[in-house]
Design a protein around this ligand. Structure first.
Ligand code: SF4
Length: 351
């Protein structure tokens, strides 16, 4: 049994993986074994064990959700689904957890199953939308349409659940224009949270076959990061929280991946691009003959400098003489620029 505890300090999930079991599909990218690192389905006992371990690590139940990830939760046998939910509800009532989160497919959502989820204390439902382009969905054998995503999202909101939507970039038959369209369609559905997964091609999948035949070449992490940074900004500007950007790093994924946009610090890469763009914007009217200090939020200093200090190097290549420093009073992507002396760089050899 494998489970995870993410983010002990603030919001946390006790993640229980329910792999492929019950899923009638075979999506082009899916290798649940590689993603969740297990093949044996979770049981009631696993739910108790995962929660007890999290409690032993001092997780704060008020800020923690019990989360069923990794498969199509509402598509598994009803008996197993109810047994997992019964265990989760018992723990929810006993310890006062924040809620129960499940992830599932849009075509396995209806009024009846939502009533069952409600009865057992589920608070958040995430749908794997992946694309809002019907042709991309068809090419990747998703087995549902964009309209299914719209319909399921509406029902989830109508029943009062928190709605999460997951999208992928770089799927077979897609491109950044289609992926951008997907993001805008998702924004229009007003989810509470979003996860963005750039496609990673895993062994033993249809995408791996296409890749091996030379019929599909997904963008890699370097190619995807600037685009994903743009999506992150769009979602944030629309008040939608992006709770995941990039596939969770794990040994299973690293050993099974054959191509695609994987980087263990993918979100940091993307946030680095956002910082670079914002710093460039602040500096663009500044005199390149002078030297500046660029202040960024202290906790984001390494992201603002970029992986391997690439942002500092990029600014230098553009002719800016600046140092990037942390400031504890700044937050998010706030940036302040200060001229640090009035001596022109041209007269200041060595700067
Ligand atoms: S619906 Fe989910 S679990 Fe089923 S094949 Fe597709 S990605 Fe895998």
């Amino acid at each position: 049994m494998r489970f995870g505890i993410d983010g002990i300090m603030k919001h946390a999930n006790i993640s229980i993986f329910v792999p492929h079991k019950g899923c009638p599909n075979n999506c082009s990218f899916c290798n649940q074994k590689a993603i969740s690192g297990q093949t044996v389905p979770a049981t009631e006992k696993d739910v108790f064990a995962a929660v007890n371990t999290a409690l032993a690590y001092n997780c704060d139940p008020k800020n923690t959700e019990i989360a069923f990830f990794g498969g199509s939760f509402t598509a598994i046998e009803r008996e197993q689904m109810v047994s997992l939910l019964t265990a989760a509800k018992c723990l929810l009532d006993k310890y006062g957890f924040e809620g129960i989160r499940v992830s599932t497919r849009p075509d396995f959502i209806d009024d009846e199953v939502l009533s069952v989820l409600k009865k057992y204390g589920v608070t958040s439902i995430e749908l794997g939308a992946q694309s809002m382009d019907d042709e991309v969905l068809r090419l990747n054998t998703r087995g549902h349409t964009a309209e299914d995503v719209r319909r399921a999202s509406g029902l989830i909101k109508k029943h009062g659940f928190s709605l999460g939507l997951q999208m992928m970039t770089g799927l077979y038959g897609s491109d950044f224009e289609k992926d951008y369209f997907t993001a805008r369609e998702i924004i229009a559905l007003r989810p509470d949270t979003v996860r963005i997964y750039p496609t990673v091609v895993l062994k033993n999948t249809y995408l791996a076959t296409l890749f091996e035949k030379g019929e599909y070449l997904p963008p890699n992490a370097e190619e995807t990061a600037p685009f994903a940074a743009r999506l992150l900004t769009e979602f944030q500007n629309d008040g939608i929280k992006v709770i995941k950007l990039g596939l969770h790093s794990s040994e299973a994924v690293e050993s099974d991946m054959v191509a695609g946009a994987y980087h263990p610090a993918f979100r940091e890469m993307c946030e680095g691009y956002i910082f670079l763009e914002k710093i460039e914007e602040k500096l663009k009217l500044k005199d390149k003959k002078r030297q500046y200090t660029v202040f960024v939020p202290k906790k984001s200093l390494s992201k603002a400098k970029g992986l391997n200090k690439r942002n500092e190097k990029a600014l230098k290549n553009q002719g800016y003489y600046c140092k990037i420093k942390g400031n504890e009073f700044l937050d998010g992507f706030e940036i302040e620029v200060e001229e640090i002396n009035d001596i022109k760089v041209a007269y200041n050899a060595g700067l």
